[in-house]
Design a protein around this ligand. Structure first.
Ligand code: AMP
Ligand code: TRP
Length: 326
């Protein structure tokens, strides 16, 4: 058992595709840094991914791959609990209970739902209820802190609203969790300058192969300023991405050369690729090592499921009692 004062940190990531550097800087790196500061629980949100992935093999493969990539990036299973969402099925029971107090209007205001419909996804009940399941994910572990990218901010606010509603209706059941968003990396741009996202096709993957990664970096959209002319630093995706990988001095040097003129965008992109590739080299090595041990991932996930169920079970007993079940 954990001591009651230990900060509990929780986050999830959908296995709906391959992880990209927006996921890494927005959520994974901050989550990995937090694993030293309390009890961290990170999960692969396969129940959530069912709202968009319709191929069972793809879902299974992606789930393992997300676990592998997260471990390769530094998630330490000795310190943090890594598990599959669907290994804690009680979370769907809590989602049902929360849905009975969730105002329709609250869900109708969800940006993420509206964005998904605007991108052509079918309006299913699951997609609409997504924030309720996400609230259950967070509340079922008595979470204090939730490291996420900015796009998830509203979901955490909705979680707090639902927790307050439950506490007002049934007495003090839930803690109010807080989003932890890193201002410097809250929205990592993709190669077209929009938010990086697998669904926009503008992603640079963490573990893409060298040729593909170079190609993606070289196709970052720029304006048509000629080589010799000074370049606009303000909205440059190249500079923004470079700042994620470079030291202060290296960044200042690139900014100077941007302002001075005389260097083409192609050269800046090559420098960015080089930094990016070097940054993930130790993680690629670790990934190879993990892959050599066939049972490593399954063992980590099995242990994770055990610990996550232990906490969820305790919290659900409290919830069932409070609402009058059993
Ligand atoms: P998802 O891929 O939607 O499951 O996102 C997983 C995590 O990565 C969430 O915490 C997101 O907020 C974060 N994330 C995704 N894309 C970006 C981005 N372009 N910039 C910063 N964070 C991101
Ligand atoms: N909705 C999040 C995303 O798309 C993933 C997620 C599901 C999550 N449940 C969560 C994140 C609970 C933090 C806490 O990125």
């Amino acid at each position: 058992m954990t001591d009651k004062t230990t900060m509990r940190i929780l986050s999830g990531i959908q296995p709906s595709g391959v992880l990209h550097i927006g996921n890494y800087f927005g959520m994974m790196r901050p989550a990995i840094a937090l694993q030293a500061e309390g009890e961290a629980l990170y999960f692969i949100a396969d129940y959530h991914a069912l709202t968009s992935v319709r191929d069972p093999e793809v879902l299974r493969t992606n789930s393992r791959r997300v676990a592998l990539d997260f471990l390769a990036c530094g998630l330490d299973p000795q310190r943090a609990t890594l598990f599959r969402h669907s290994d804690v099925p009680q979370v769907t029971e809590l989602a049902w209970i929360l849905s009975t107090v969730a105002p329709m209007g609250l869900l109708e205001r969800a940006h993420s739902y509206k964005d998904k419909l605007a991108r052509g996804m079918a309006a299913t009940v699951g997609l609409f209820n997504y924030p309720v399941l996400m609230a259950a994910d967070i509340l079922i572990y008595d979470s204090d802190v939730v490291p996420v990218g900015k796009d998830q901010k509203q979901h955490i606010e909705m979680t707090r609203d639902l927790a307050v509603k439950m506490n007002e209706t049934f007495g003090q059941i839930f803690k109010l969790p807080e989003a932890r968003i890193q201002p410097a990396t809250e929205t990592v741009p993709g190669i077209d300058g929009q938010k990086m996202s697998k669904s926009y096709g503008n992603n640079i993957d963490i573990f893409g192969d060298e040729k593909e990664t170079r190609k993606r970096v070289m196709s970052i959209v720029t304006d048509s300023t000629p080589i010799e002319a000074p370049k606009d630093l303000e909205r440059s995706t190249i500079v923004e991405l470079y700042s994620l990988f470079a030291s202060k001095d290296e960044l200042a040097n690139m900014c100077d050369r941007f302002k001075k003129g005389g260097t083409g965008y192609g050269d800046f992109k090559k420098e960015l690729f080089q930094k990016l590739w070097e940054y993930f080299t130790p993680m690629r090595k670790r990934r190879e090592e993990i892959l050599r041990d066939k049972s490593y991932i399954d063992n980590v996930l099995a242990r994770g499921a055990e610990r996550a169920n232990e906490i969820a079970h305790e919290v659900m007993q409290r919830v069932r009692k409070a609402v009058g079940l059993r």
